[in-house]
Design a protein around this ligand. Sequence first.
Ligand code: ASP
Ligand code: MG
Length: 419
Amino acid sequence: MLVYKFGGASVKDADAVRNVGNIVSKVKDKPVFVVISAMGKMTNAFEKLIHAFYEGDIQAQESSLKFIKDYHKNIIDDLLKNSSSHAFDDIDNLFLELECMLETETEKPGNFDYIYDQIVGFGELISTRIVSAFLNENGISNRWMDCRNFVSTDNNYRDAKVDWKATEEIIYKKLLPIAKKQIIITQGFIGRASDLSTTTLGRDGSDYSAAIFAYCLKADSVTIWKDVPGVMNGDPKKIEDAVLFNQLSYNETIELAYYGANVIHPKTIQPLRNREIPLYVKSFYEDELPGTVIHHAETTNDIPVYIYKENQAMISVSTKDFSFIVENHISHIFELLSKHHVKVNLMQNSAINFKLCVDDNASKNNALIESLSDIFETEISHELQLVSIRNPKDNDFEKYAGKEIKMEQRNQKMIQILI
Ligand code: ASP
Ligand code: MG
C-alpha cells in the first residue's frame, strides 16, 4: 500500500486537482491511500472566520464565509462538469452544516480551542469531497472516508494526542480491507475525541496524519507531494546555491524539523521510523524526479543546513533579589513553560539570569510571564530571528559579526544565533 499526501498547495486550484488525478492514476501495481489538506490557504481563511465568530463580529464573519464559499465554488465550477447530484449535495451539505454551526453555537462554551477545532476541519472535509468527486467523474474510482472515524485522539484541542491503540486497531481491522480494494480519499489534520467532538493535530498536521495511516496500514511508503523538488538544505529564496538532499536519515530529519526547518511536520517521522517506512518528498509538478527519500540510513550528510526562524521573542528571567539562578528556579521555570505550552527554541543561563528564545506568540507568552512574575523579574524582546546552521562552514559565523547577537550557542556540528 502506498500513502500519498497532498498539501494545500497541491490542491490550491482546479489545475492542481487535475494534477492530483494525474499522479494518482499512474499508480498501477499497488493500492493507494490518499490524504489531503484544505485547499490553498483555506485553513488561514477558516482561522479568520473562527476569530470573527468567536468575537461576535458578524460582518467579518459573513465576509470570511463568503470568501471561503466563493473560493471553493470557483474550483467546483471548473472541475465538476457532470457529477452525479450526490457529489454536489455532499458539498452543499457540508456548507450547510458549517452555517448551522455558526448560527446555533450562539452560546459559546468559552473555550476558543474547542470552537476552533469544530470549525477549521471543514477545510479538509470540503477539499476531500471535491477531489473525490472529480476523480470519480474522471474514471479514477475512489471512496471518500471521514478520517475522524479512524483517528482517535484525546481532547487537547488544537494539539490533540493520538490514541494509538484504538486508532491502529480500527484502521487495521476495518479500513485496511477496504483500502486494499479501492482508492481511499481522506482528510489530514483532523481526528475525533471520545466525546465525538472534532480535534486537530496542530497546524500543518496533515503530514502527521499520513504517517499515522501509513503506520496503522503497515504501508510500503509515504509520499508527500510538495511545490518544491524535495528537502533542500535551506530556503532557495534565502540562500544561494540551495541543494537538494537525495536522502536523509530519520534522525537527521527529526533534528532538522526540531530546529524549525519547514520541511515536514515534526511528529511525522516517529511512527514511520518505528516501522521503517520510507518517506518520499517529491515535486508535485515534476513527479518523475526522484526527490528526497527519508529512511533508515547509517550515513549522515555533512552538507551545511541553514534554518531561519522568524518571529522570535527572548524572555529574560532573573531573581527579584539578584540571587543566583539555581536548580529549583530552573525546575520551576520549566514547570511553567510546560503549563503554558511554550516551547523553548534556545536557552542560556548565567549566574543571575536565564534566557529563553521562544516563538513570539503573544497570548501564550503573556500568560507565562504573568506566572513567572510571582517570583522573578522578567523582560521580553520581540522581532528576533533565530538562525540555526547545522554542519556550519568556517566562515558562517563571521557573517554575523556586525550584528547584535542576543544569544548564541556553538559547537562543531551546530551554530545557533539569536539576532
Ligand atoms: N490544513 C492544515 C493547515 O494548513 C493542515 C495541513 O495543511 O497540514 O495547517
Ligand atoms: Mg494546509
